[in-house]
Design a protein around this ligand. Structure first.
Ligand code: NDP
Length: 334
């Protein structure tokens, strides 16, 4: 069994001193347990936060723990009646090639609705995040302008496509020309702006001639600053993530902008709403049904970035934190 353990807590970008790849015996399943062979491992930005020893919405990993992560696996041996060898399941089984767990930690996946890897992406947690955040908290109305950052990624690509279905003008923000082209050509975004361009604020303004009604926040930093100059009265801002800050080691210098920011919230009657997708599991059945339909009829398409081999997981994860991924990042483990 090859697995990554948290060997040390990173300050800034994690590397091989923090996530150590080790080889151990394949575990034996006990009573009521199953032995799983990992097929696909999901790599997601939240994993960076779990490596810190700070209070958050989830408990941090302890040193020596197997690195956390969702995976799609195949049942190898089963000591309980509901799962049999060959069944495909999904669960938080971590960065490892084999795992042992009990059935209540697993969800059976239905490969007739979407291919196995898509259960970690478009019809899995990131797709659900887009659905909940946009529809419950963004509440987009036809004719409004929706802006989404990290637009070409696992969450962003779904946000934009659902917003198009709602009749909105959709503007993406991404960090590379090919990512911007992809969201316009493949997902029907109306425009996409590269935040690394020097004149990014001007480009964003030109792409949002009627201002911004919904900003789906995935990144923070300079993208957030530019968006805030363009938000309309009563704009909704679902706060999903802040990836620009996940490896930050100190607060930026400069004037404290909290007072004008609070003033803008009041004057423009803005609605900021932080959310964590797992708090909304009552919406999962509706999401799965809607997404399966959208995939079938082609309303939603998606892009995956598949990396081969568990030994490449760390490099791929570093790439995710630097924008090297193209779409939903997964590791094909076996
Ligand atoms: P992506 O597939 O979008 O990959 C991450 C992307 O973030 C990179 O490709 C990169 O794209 C962008 N990025 C990285 N560093 C920076 C930076 N310094 N500034 C701006 N952009 C950066 O990831 P996901 O779609 O899985 O996640 C998107 C966001 O959603 C994350 O913030 C994540 O934490 C959050 N999330 C929140 C959930 C919740 O329940 N609240 C659940 C799931 C995800 P680019 O080249 O465009 O910069």
């Amino acid at each position: 069994n090859r697995r990554y353990i948290l060997a040390d807590r990173p300050v800034g970008m994690p590397d091989e001193t923090h996530l150590k790849l080790e080889e151990v015996e394949i575990p034996e399943p006990g009573p009521n347990e199953v032995l799983l062979k990992t097929r696909y491992l999901s790599l997601d930005p939240y994993m960076r936060g779990r490596m810190n020893d700070t209070a958050s919405y989830a408990t941090p990993l302890q040193l020596g723990d197997v690195m956390t992560g969702e995976a799609v696996s195949e049942v190898v041996t089963s000591n309980q009646p509901d799962l049999k060898p060959g069944d495909l399941v999904m669960g938080r089984t971590g960065w490892q090639t084999y795992s042992v767990t009990t059935p209540e930690n697993l969800t059976r996946i239905d490969p007739s609705l979407a291919p196995p890897s898509a259960w970690l992406g478009v019809i899995g947690m990131p797709g659900f995040t887009a659905y909940v955040g946009l529809l419950e908290f963004g509440k987009p109305k036809a004719g409004e302008t929706v802006v989404v950052s990290a637009a070409s990624g696992a969450v962003g690509q779904v946000v934009g496509q659902i917003a198009k279905m709602k009749g909105c003008r959709v503007v993406g923000v991404a960090g590379a020309e090919d990512k911007c082209r992809h969201v316009v050509d493949q997902y029907g975004f109306d425009a996409c702006v590269n935040y690394k361009d020097e004149d990014f604020p001007e480009q964003l303004k030109a792409a949002c001639p009627d201002g911004i009604d919904v900003y789906f926040e995935n990144v923070g930093g300079k993208v957030f600053d530019a968006v805030m100059t363009l938000v309309n009265n009563f704009a909704r801002i679902p706060v999903c993530g802040r990836i620009a800050h996940y490896n930050q080691t100190s607060l930026p210098e400069g004037p404290d902008r909290l007072i004008p920011f609070m003033g803008q919230i009041l004057i423009k009657r803005l609605m900021f709403r932080g959310f964590i997708q797992s708090d909304h599991s009552e919406l999962l059945p509706a999401f799965r049904q809607d997404m399966a339909q959208w995939l079938r009829d082609g309303t939603v398409s998606y892009q995956e970035d598949v990396v081969e081999g568990i030994e490449n997981a760390l490099t791929a994860f570093q790439g995710l934190l630097q924008g090297r991924n193209r779409g939903k990042l997964v590791v094909k483990v076996s």
